[in-house]
Design a protein around this ligand. Structure first.
Ligand SMILES: [Zn+2]
Length: 177
């Protein structure tokens, strides 16, 4: 396994559409292993392949409550319910957060490393993360959906009374990819 460099906003790769994966081979396994290692080193909840410069429809996520690490190959949202609005961050836009509305609950279908299909239902933070990661596969960054633009985590934290709120946002923003 090896750490991969996370691309930052401004790199044109992050704005490109990823390709469907058809090879469920050792190379794909190595990419996924590296993505897990990179996600953990960066303290992220999720990471999409384009963020490490690979335009393939793959993302990884570490579900908090289930304490379960999962790789999603060729993922598609097959159902969504409700709405949640909250702070979101991205490893490709360090030090920033924004307020984004996402479905409260989603159902995702994907393939595993053997090519077998599976489906999962997530709510709350994990649902937010899955939507955020699938957006990456279409070249969409959360900046495109943030209401009122993006804010700096550091500036907010120094603002006294608003500071406490900002810490909470920092935690949740850091937790999402
Ligand atoms: Zn992201």
């Amino acid at each position: 396994m090896a750490l991969r460099k996370v691309l930052l906003e401004g790199d044109s790769t992050l704005r490109k559409k990823s390709r469907e994966v058809s090879d469920f081979d050792q190379r794909t396994q190595e990419l996924i292993d590296d993505m897990f290692e990179t996600m953990r080193a960066e303290d992220g909840l999720g990471l999409a392949a384009p963020q490490v410069g690979v335009l393939k429809r793959i993302f990884v996520m570490e579900a908090v409550e289930e304490n379960e690490a999962t790789a999603f190959i060729n993922p598609v949202l097959i159902d969504e319910k409700g709405e949640q609005t909250g702070a979101e961050g991205c490893l490709s836009l360090p030090g920033l957060y924004g307020v984004v509305s996402r479905p409260e609950e989603i159902r995702v279908r994907a393939q595993d490393i053997k090519g077998d299909e599976f489906e999962r239902t997530y709510s709350g933070l994990e649902a937010r993360c899955v939507c955020h990661e699938i957006d990456h596969l279409y070249g969409i960054l959360y900046r495109d959906k943030a209401k009122g633009g993006l804010h700096s985590l550091d500036e907010e934290a120094d603002e006294g009374p608003a500071g406490e709120t900002a810490v909470e946002k920092r935690v949740s923003a850091k937790a999402v990819d």
